[in-house]
Design a protein around this ligand. Structure first.
Ligand code: XBP
Ligand code: MG
Length: 253
């Protein structure tokens, strides 16, 4: 295995628990603002998460859960308009500090930066959402800590396709064996493993029962010294929270 040079982070569910109380609520606010009576419950949203990408998720909802809706002729524009409104609501919620980072994220990123590790983001979500999360929940300067922000429509095929990870590594001129990915979902690890990346998984409420074939380890949390993780599958080598030493050990380089 090559020496580890870069950490590649998914965003939603990985850096922060954004889906249930963030994205879902923002979608519902956008629907209400548009005068639609659609309401995505926590349970329904769990089903809709099968599809990544907000615009793609709205279309999936119409195709499978609201087939009676009379669609406007310009459906693409209609969905794009709803999604733009959803992004405004979501960014607003982040600016109000509604979504914190998951435990352990800030500590690991600080340690990685101090050690000269290169950092990048590889996500399906819209770029504005990434900057809003990093600046509000991590640090006002956090955008400058990440060399590459690979996000949203930058590649046409979203996760589970490997394209977003491959694109990020191309930008950084790094090979998969020089990087490690952090994910929280089945679609996420399909993408990272498809890009041949060693992948560390930490699940959340929506993804706890998903399959994570090929994960280096599956944790219930990134862990903190005072808040240890539980290992769902794999060998933590005696660690109780994820630090750079454990990341390097799992990478094997
Ligand atoms: C994230 C997603 C995104 C967000 C919504 O998946 O699926 O679609 O839920 O984002 P991952 P947008 O964590 O695997 O990247 O509405 O901005 O598309
Ligand atoms: Mg995710």
């Amino acid at each position: 295995m090559s020496k580890l040079k870069a950490l590649l982070f998914d965003v939603d569910g990985t850096l922060a628990d954004t889906e249930r109380d963030g994205h879902r609520v923002a979608f519902n606010r956008a629907f209400a603002e548009a005068g639609l009576d659609w309401e995505w419950s926590e349970e329904l949203y769990g089903k809709l998460l099968a599809v990544t990408g907000g615009k793609e998720r709205i279309r999936y909802y119409l195709d499978n859960f609201n087939t009676a809706f009379e669609r406007p002729e310009a459906l693409d524009e209609f969905i794009a308009g709803l999604h733009a409104s959803k992004t405004r609501h979501y960014v607003q919620m982040l600016s109000e500090g509604m979504i914190p980072l998951r435990p352990g994220v800030r500590r690991l990123i600080d340690e990685a930066r101090a050690a000269g590790m290169r950092l990048a983001v590889a996500t399906t979500t819209t770029p504005e959402n990434v900057s809003a999360l990093l600046e509000n929940a991590m640090d006002p300067d956090a955008m400058s800590w990440f060399e590459v922000i690979a996000a949203g429509d930058i590649v046409p095929a979203k996760k589970p396709a490997p394209d977003i990870y491959t694109w990020a590594m191309e930008q950084m001129q790094l090979k998969p064996e020089e990087c490690i990915a952090f994910e929280d979902s089945h679609n996420g690890i399909r993408s990272s493993r498809g890009a041949e990346l060693t992948t560390i998984v930490s699940v959340n409420g929506y993804t706890a029962d998903e399959e994570f074939d090929g994960a280096a380890i599956i944790l219930d949390n990134w862990g903190e010294p005072e808040q240890p993780f539980t290992v769902i599958e794999g060998d933590a080598g005696g660690s109780s929270y994820l630090d750079l030493e454990m990341v390097k050990r799992l990478h094997g380089g």
